[in-house]
Ligand binder design. Structure first.
Ligand code: SDX
Length: 443
């Protein structure tokens, strides 16, 4: 009978090792430490920059099959959640593992709504940012500062404390995000209106002017809620890994969430929707798409909103967004960039360069077109990603805190620097030779 083991022969010593293949088709990297080339040898280490093929945890939150374009939160297909659910219910599912019944949903809704306000000092803290500060930078700084407002959050091994911070962060993220938007527009901040839905309240804090109560357009409110559902989690993406890695040293969840926001800020991750819109605007018309494709194939540019570490098929979220865009356009008017995006997608998906590399549109390719049509400035696009992803980050963080296998993240390295050398008085030193890979060049 076939054994679930890997038999490894070290040809340096002729020794053979049996390494167990565990559930999920994984072998433990630590097992390779036993493969030594002598008594003093450290043993073998696996090398995997960017963790291209390394599992760092066992998780129950999200399942992705990148080859088949499948995405499920706690086993529920994203297509069904986008069609049938709402963001707050999906956030409950992601955080707690099950869909709520009506009683639990009402309690959850109440528990989130009572945390939508922020301390007045947070408002004053945000007023200290430059008038043109990027909202994502404001979100990053403010969520980090929230760590100083909730010292009780340091009790990360206390379940009730984790639950309270989870409710606080999910409740307050839209408020801080909306305050950042209002700040960038020079408008007075709008306080939460808990008579509205989670997403409707967010729209009110963004766009309410002099009316007594903001009335969100139901089509746009629903579209944004679907966008929130689609962005709520995505297993071990860069920002979730930042949440887990920073969280592994046991700071409070506000500090870990600030680290996740920082990771999401980058144009290769959550900043891609802003980069994709800039790219489409730079192309400007269909007849200039071939020139862009040529630059991309020459390696001079990336096709922003295309490609994915896991999806080697069409990102299921992009499929949903491509249709949702037309619902939004019914209200906002058509965003002409959609025509450029669709033509760019058509050309790319027929081009061997993209086919060979399995590059398809990802969630960021169409989300920016919808956000722009809804009147959001591009600087708000990554913020709109961070709001729903807070639920996913917190679910991943809580799993890490509870996981008995998890310890502080401390990767190893392959040292390629200088061997030992002796300090020399400055008057005896030759001119330093700057090697092209020398980090010191940046100094
Ligand atoms: C998100 O991880 C997640 O789950 C993230 C996310 C989530 O929900 O959390 O899904 C959200 O971040 C989506 C991705 C958004 N980023 C972008 O759209 C930026 C553009 N995309 C690329 O930078 C890239 O596709 C990544 C960063 C998304 C993935 O990069 P990988 O897996 O490291 O792939 P790679 O860079 O090794 O690319 C493999 C090949 C390379 O060509 P060769 O060197 O083999 O010749 O594909 C090429 C790359 O040059 N390639 C692209 C490309 N993406 C990859 N070429 C042109 N345009 C692109 N967009």
């Amino acid at each position: 009978m076939a054994k679930n083991t890997l038999t490894v022969t070290d040809n340096r010593t002729g020794k053979t090792y049996e390494i167990p293949i565990e559930e999920g088709g994984v072998v433990r990297a630590a097992a390779f430490r036993d493969i030594k080339n002598g008594a003093d040898d450290f043993g073998l280490m696996t090398y995997d920059p960017a963790l291209f093929n390394t599992a760092v945890c066992r998780s129950r939150v999200t399942f992705i099959d990148g080859d088949r374009g499948i995405l499920r939160y706690r086993g529920y297909p994203i297509e069904q959640l986008a069609e049938e659910s709402n963001f707050l219910e999906t956030a409950y599912l992601i955080v707690k593992g099950e869909l709520p019944d009506q009683k639990h949903f009402r309690t959850w809704q109440h528990n989130i709504k009572i945390h939508t306000m922020v301390h007045e000092n947070i408002k004053r803290f945000m007023e200290g940012f430059r008038h043109d500060a990027h909202p994502m930078g404001m979100l990053l700084g403010t969520v980090g500062a929230m760590s100083t407002f909730y010292p009780d959050a340091k009790n990360i091994f206390d379940l009730e404390s984790r639950r309270l911070q989870t409710r606080r962060l999910i409740g307050k993220m839209p408020t801080v995000a909306a305050f950042a938007y209002r700040h960038s527009r020079g408008l007075p901040y709008v306080y939460p209106d808990n008579d509205l839905s989670y997403t409707g309240n967010f729209l009110s804090m963004l766009f309410k002017m002099t009316e007594l109560q903001y009335k969100p357009n139901p089509v746009l409110e629903h579209a944004l809620d679907v966008l929130f559902i689609l962005h709520a989690d995505h297993e071990q993406n860069c920002s979730a890994n930042a949440m887990r890695s920073v969280g592994s040293s046991s700071p409070d969840p506000y500090a870990a969430t600030a680290a996740a926001i920082a990771a999401l800020y980058g144009p290769l991750h959550g900043g891609a929707n802003e980069a994709a819109i800039n790219m489409l605007m730079e192309v400007g018309s269909k007849d200039r798409i071939p020139a862009l494709i040529k630059e991309v194939k020459a390696g001079e540019k990336k096709l922003n909103g295309f490609g994915h570490r896991v999806y080697k098929n069409y990102d299921p979220r992009a499929k949903i967004l491509k249709k949702l865009a037309y619902d939004v356009f019914e209200v906002t008017g058509r965003n002409p960039l959609i025509d450029i995006a669709i033509e760019l997608e058509r050309i790319a998906l027929e081009d061997e360069y993209f086919i060979k590399r399995k590059l398809y549109p990802n969630v960021d390719f169409y989300s920016g077109i919808i956000y722009q049509a809804m009147g959001f400035p591009m600087t708000m696009f990554p913020v709109l990603f961070a709001i729903p992803r807070t639920a996913g980050w917190l679910a991943q963080w809580a799993e890490m805190v509870r996981d008995p296998e998890q310890k502080i993240t401390r990767p190893r390295q392959v040292y390629i620097g200088e061997s030992e050398r002796q300090w020399m008085p400055i008057e005896k030193r030759a001119e330093p030779t700057m090697r092209e890979d020398a980090v010191s060049e940046a100094i």
